[in-house]
Write a protein that binds this ligand. Structure first.
Ligand code: TRP
Length: 456
């Protein structure tokens, strides 16, 4: 029989990140992932380059940093999962519906994220087998298209990915993955830097960098602004309670605004470096920047093949991309699992398995939308693209909107002041300014972007 004691026990043994570096690594771990390396470059490519980048940076500063801080406040103060945090801070209200919407968003994102993590595994294995070299640009394109549209190969990889993920999540996000990111993320950075330097020497480096950095606002469609906002939320793991869940494992001495700024900084740097690698290559190999989700898989192997010991670089790169993506997938899985585990009689292991099973089911449809289901279109989008659009461009910004209203209007100001804990003679002004941002500015921006993109 399940009684309240079971729940109390579950919520008392939640654990916490042991060190400040652990906090940064875990939070960077959720933020840095496919969103930076895979999604960011193709979204920039589909939306006209430099002008999009400008809007994106604006959105990072104005919505991203305050949004991350807001989730940190809710999570650390309540020490609970995405749904129960709102139940604790706002008992007997409907605010916890934000948490439900987040759990749903997490599930839907996993449905296509796991497919792409599967692609990175395939490319890792191909790199190890030495199959990623000595091809023409067209052959790289064909290789990807054939693989992604294959009836079962990508599905096998997706199942393997979800299996690995479940094993880790079932054990709790313990020292293992934290320590692994500690060693691996710096290596990931070094490899990216080397690739950026390498890309400066590609024949069309200048064209690629101009495309990325020179804004042409005539190319900017209204919906691109919504997409830039969606990318901000997606890349920062914002708007669905992921950061609430993670910050519920933060100790009281973690400086929230500082941590938020560091995470946003590192996350943006990784995205920018990826774009600086991709675009010079795209133009040098005569490819089109607006290819969508397949962009990096078609372009990067071609870049590696131009480098000395290319095979080695490609093995390292796909291995690290896989790890970066896995730490993000773990955080998505953790949101849904933590909710199930802390609200049902299921064990942590069973909760994680149940979530994985449902994700695999959804993932099959997402994956097949590159093959046999490619003609199935809903609102003009394939299943894969629809999952992406509904989550990144709708559910996450809507979640962000309500979280900011919650922090700005509902939450006691004293809680915000305690959690921000700014040590400055004029600290109360910062707190006041922050509350103003969350009350008026952030929700108005999100709302305006919605209206503008729908009707603009
Ligand atoms: N931010 C991750 C990335 O860039 C993806 C991710 C992890 C995510 N957790 C999330 C996106 C929560 C939205 C919400 O790859």
């Amino acid at each position: 029989m399940l009684n309240n004691n079971t729940f109390d026990m579950k919520s008392e043994n939640r654990g916490s990140f042991s060190s400040k570096i652990g906090v940064i690594l875990a939070t960077v771990g959720t933020a840095v992932g496919l969103g930076n390396v895979w999604r960011f470059p193709y979204v920039v490519g589909e939306n006209g380059g430099g002008a999009f980048l400008f809007v994106y940076i604006l959105s990072l500063i104005l919505l991203g940093i305050p949004g991350v801080v807001a989730e940190f406040i809710v999570g650390r103060h309540s020490q609970a999962n995405a749904v129960d945090s709102f139940k604790k801070l706002a008992p007997k209200t409907k605010w916890h519906w934000i948490g439900y919407s987040g759990v749903l968003a997490g599930f839907l994102i996993m449905g296509y994220y796991a497919v792409v993590v599967g692609w990175t595994l395939e490319y890792l294995i191909q790199a190890i087998a030495g199959n990623l070299s000595n091809m023409t640009t067209a052959q790289y394109g064909e290789m990807f298209d054939q693989f992604a549209s294959h009836p079962y190969l990508p599905l096998i990889w997706m199942v393997i990915v979800m299996f690995i993920n479940t094993v880790i999540v079932a054990r709790g996000v313990s020292g293992g993955i934290e320590k692994a990111s500690n060693i691996l993320m710096p290596i990931f950075f070094v490899i990216m830097l080397i690739m950026v330097v390498n890309s400066f020497f590609l024949p069309a480096a200048k064209e690629g960098l101009l495309y990325l950095f020179k804004p042409d606002f005539s190319q900017l469609k209204p919906v691109a602004i919504l997409i830039a906002m969606g990318q901000t939320f997606f890349s920062l793991s914002l708007g669905m309670g992921c950061l609430i869940t993670y910050s519920s494992y933060f100790k009281k001495d973690v400086n929230l605004p500082k941590t938020a700024a560091q995470v946003v900084g590192i996350d943006s740097l990784v995205a920018l470096l990826s774009a600086m690698i991709i675009f010079p290559a795209v133009f040098s190999f005569g490819m089109a920047p607006e290819q969508g989700p397949s962009l990096v898989f078609k372009v990067l192997p071609n870049v590696f093949q131009q480098m000395p010991v290319g095979t080695l670089w490609s093995i390292l790169f796909y291995a690290l991309l896989f790890i970066a993506a896995l730490t993000s997938l773990i955080s998505l899985h953790e949101v849904v699992t933590a909710y199930l585990y802390e609200n049902t009689s299921l064990s942590r292991k069973k909760s994680a398995c149940l979530v994985a099973g449902m994700v695999v089911l959804l993932g099959v449809f997402a994956s097949l939308s590159f093959g046999v289901l490619s003609d199935v279109k809903i609102f003009g989008k394939t299943i894969f693209d629809l999952l992406d659009f509904v989550t990144a461009s709708i559910l996450l910004p809507v979640g962000g909107f309500f979280i900011s209203i919650f922090v700005g209007w509902y939450l006691d100001k004293r809680i915000i002041a305690t959690e921000l804990r700014i040590k400055h003679p004029k600290a109360h002004l910062f707190v006041k300014g922050y509350i103003y941002l969350m009350r008026i500015f952030v929700p108005t921006c999100i709302f305006a972007v919605f209206l503008f993109s729908m009707f603009g």
